[in-house]
Every structure is written in C-alpha cells, then in structure tokens.
Design a protein around this ligand. Structure first.
Ligand SMILES: [Zn+2]
Length: 114
C-alpha cells in the first residue's frame, strides 16, 4: 500500500495531467476540422493543411487514449491494487508512478514487453 501523502501527490499529478490532456484534445479538435475547399486557400497550402491534419488526427487519437488511461488510473487510485504491477504484482517504482501515474506495470515488466 502506498502512503497517503504519496497518493495525494499522485492524485494531484493525475488531475493536472487530465486537465492538460483535455486542453490538448480541444486544440487538436480545432486543428482537425474539415479543410476549406480548394478555392479558399492555394493548392500547396491545401496539401500542407491535409498533411498537418493527418498528423494532428494521430496526435488527437493518442491524446484521447492517454486521457482514458489517466482517468482510469484516477478512478482506481483508492483501490487496493493501485500502484501494483499488473504483470508481476510487485509495487510499481514510486518514481515511475510520479512521472507516469497512468502506468500499470513496473519498470522491469515494461522493459520486458518491448
Ligand atoms: Zn512487474
């Protein structure tokens, strides 16, 4: 079990990350709006816009996945299994939990997955 002070830090960290992610998603949604027709902007800049749009769409999908993970972590923070590795059941390193509170695996198991 993690001590209360550490859990509180992780909770704050998760909340900060979640609100940042939500801002990111809002911005990315703006950037991935349909592109105006060809006569509105030049052909080259339209091609640029299409390229940027697919980059931004990928970033948006990543951000949305991350948000789901962060929210799941936050919802599980008070459960007994929080902070334990899903794979080996050992406690996840404190440093890792602080940096990546959405992680469900310890450092060793994360490495062995690659
Ligand atoms: Zn592990």
């Amino acid at each position: 079990m993690l001590d209360a002070e550490l859990l509180q830090k992780i909770r704050l960290n998760l909340e900060t990350k979640i609100s940042r992610k939500k801002t990111d998603i809002k911005e990315l949604k703006e950037l991935t709006k349909p592109i105006s027709p060809e006569n509105a902007i030049g052909r080259i800049s339209r091609m640029d816009a299409i390229n940027n749009k697919s980059v931004n769409e990928a970033a948006l999908r990543n951000a949305e996945n991350k948000l789901v993970q962060l929210e799941r972590s936050l919802s599980e923070i008070d459960t007994e299994g929080f902070g334990l590795c899903r794979q080996c059941g050992e406690a996840i390193e404190t440093e890792k939990l602080m940096v990546m509170p959405e992680s469900f695996r310890c450092v060793a198991c994360t490495k062995s997955m690659r």
